[in-house]
Design a binder for this molecule. Sequence first.
Ligand code: ZN
Length: 338
Amino acid sequence: MKKKALLTAMAILFCILPLVAGCSLFSQEKGSEKKVVLSTNNEQPGHQTGSTSNTLPVSPPAPDKNAQPQAEPEPEPDHNNSAGPPEAPLDKNNGEKTPEEAEQPPQAPPSPGSNNKNIKTVYLTFDDGPNSHFTEKVLGILDKEQVKASFMVIGTNVLKNSELIKQMVAQGHTVANHTYSHDYQYIYGSPENFMADLEKNREILKSLTGKDTLIFRAPGGPARLTKPYWDKLQEKGYKSISWNITGGDSDPAGVTPEQVYNNVASGLDKVEKAHLTPIVLLHDGSQLSSLEAKPGTATYYYIQSRNSVVTALPDIIHLFKEKGYTFVTVDENTPNAW
Ligand SMILES: [Zn+2]
């Protein structure tokens, strides 16, 4: 019986001891748990050391993920340089504004091309040529007046008048890309079409002049180009040239030489008041199969307007000369028209 009592007592002890020990262990675990909890609580505000693996992976990816889509258009901040990289990608999302802004920085230091601030410069630009009749006359006047101009040429016309392109280069003028076809329906059908047409003319001009140019003017003006177009143009490094003065010589009703001159003169007044560098748009025009046209037809007025440009050109050049302008040609530093 005593043995049984002893055994029972021992059995009770064996049962109690582990429980007591278990409690202490449990309390230690609790303690350690508390420490863990405390330690994580303490680390969270710090974010410096300790259990950084729990905290850092959570927070950094967030800013990283935000930054990456903004960083993807890296060419944008690169173009803007000091424009503030964090803001530039946001600007890019606004679409058409981006390329304009990308062009603006060169405008900020108002020393376009090789000119000083104090030198007034003007860009004479002739679109849609070359053609076998008017372009040569324009070149003759420019040579006589000893001024340089820029020709925004169409590929199909270039192929028909390649000798005129060589003459332009020989006389020190600049030849720039005005697409191969100038076919609005095709080139504005998609950014891919536009780029293919532009690249086609680029290759033709390169083979003729030996110079690869990325300077272009969009037919109808840059306003027709939406963001997908600008994205592709920027990808290739193209530089858009617009205008801020026009002779109005693409008026389908035709223009007289006086009208062309007056349009340029009044345009110059506005541009000077706005403190802009004048970029004048005139047309030497597309290749024509004949210079004879029935009065009243579109071709008739087209020819009349081309003649008017040729007639008005010396006076237009004199206007700028008298106002102290130097004639320069388009390049990658040509400022924004507006
Ligand atoms: Zn054009």
